[in-house]
Design a protein around this ligand. Structure first.
Ligand code: NAP
Length: 286
């Protein structure tokens, strides 16, 4: 008999997250006595929560903004890829030991399959946080090495460059709109890995796309709420192919479940359930 199990999402300001809706709908459809819960925590309570989590019925957690990097200090073990990336978005409670994994990079890689960007694509990554790290690792795994990332912090540039010294064409630059535009004009792939433009700040955009873009450029926004950010709207109006964060969200969730649960995941049903939940939540808003 499959016993009752608890999973959850750890982060801050989680009221708009769709993860609980997606997982709980899937569990219901599969008749599993599982539950997925949101844990909205302030940073002061993070360590205490994790101490208790190891001896609780919690089988697994997803981790989101702003804890993907700092949570690593509190875990018993970190899987190799997550260690290299420097960001954990999945925790598995393995008999009282908390082990960290990264499935964001896998989710991102799987979501790129439809587009197959060329390995010589000049790529711009906006941001230098946990998601940007996962994206850079995924791009490297796909053979894409000509990557310029932008952040507002010189310290982050240094850290990221040091940690990713194996990415031969990686360049970090301080956030300056004219520099971002200059690089983006020539880019074949532009990825927003900052939260700028996310609900309820959907009037914002990381930078204004008011120039001619390269033909067939793919502009990718990791944000999924709203499904079309201002950034993507502008890119589409300039002829870009665009992609939002929905497929990455679904694929990283699929890969998370594979870590937590021994029983096989019904991927087709998970995909169908996720798409229906996301559609009902994001596209049918009045
Ligand atoms: P994070 O670790 O907090 O990093 C955020 C990055 O964005 C940092 O580099 C930060 O700046 C930059 N940033 C924040 N506000 C900015 C602003 N006003 N102007 C310029 N840069 C700004 O967050 P994260 O975990 O990487 O998440 C980033 C985004 O990706 C979020 O929207 C998250 O929801 C999304 N995401 C989506 C998925 C998915 O499955 N679709 C998965 C992961 C993440 P500095 O470096 O300059 O300090």
């Amino acid at each position: 008999m499959i016993k009752r199990r608890l999973f959850g999402l750890l982060g801050m300001k989680l009221e708009h997250s769709l993860s609980a809706l997606i997982f709980n709908s899937y569990f219901r459809r599969k008749n599993l006595d599982y539950r997925y819960q949101l844990f909205d925590l302030s940073s002061q309570n993070l360590h205490q929560f994790l101490k208790k989590a190891s001896s609780s019925p919690l089988s697994g957690l997803n981790v989101t903004i702003p804890y993907k990097e700092r949570i690593m200090a509190y875990l018993d073990e970190i899987e190799g890829k997550a260690k290299i990336i420097g960001s954990v978005n999945v925790i598995h409670n393995e008999k009282g030991k908390l082990k960290g994994f990264n499935t964001d990079y896998k989710g991102f890689m799987r979501s790129l399959k439809n587009f197959r960007p060329g390995v010589r694509s000049q790529t711009v990554v906006l941001g230098g946080g946990g998601a940007a790290r996962s994206v850079i690792y995924a791009l490297h795994s796909l053979g894409i090495e000509k990557i310029t990332f932008f952040t507002r912090s010189a310290e982050r540039i240094k850290r990221l460059k040091d940690d990713f010294s194996f990415v031969t064409g990686l360049e970090g630059q301080l956030w300056k709109e004219n520099k971002i535009k200059e690089k983006s004009r020539k880019a074949g792939l532009i990825i927003n890995a900052t939260p700028v433009g996310m609900f309820p700040g959907e009037r914002c955009s990381p930078f204004m796309i008011d120039f001619r873009m390269r033909k067939n450029v793919l502009v990718y926004d990791l944000i999924y709420n709203p499904p079309e950010t201002r950034f993507l709207k502008e890119a589409r109006s300039r002829g870009a192919v665009t992609e939002n964060g929905i497929r990455m969200l679904i694929f990283q969730a699929i890969e998370s479940f594979k870590i937590w649960a021994k029983e096989a995941l019904d991927e087709a049903l998970f995909l169908k359930t996720s798409e229906e939940v996301i559609h009902a939540s994001l596209y049918n808003r009045g």
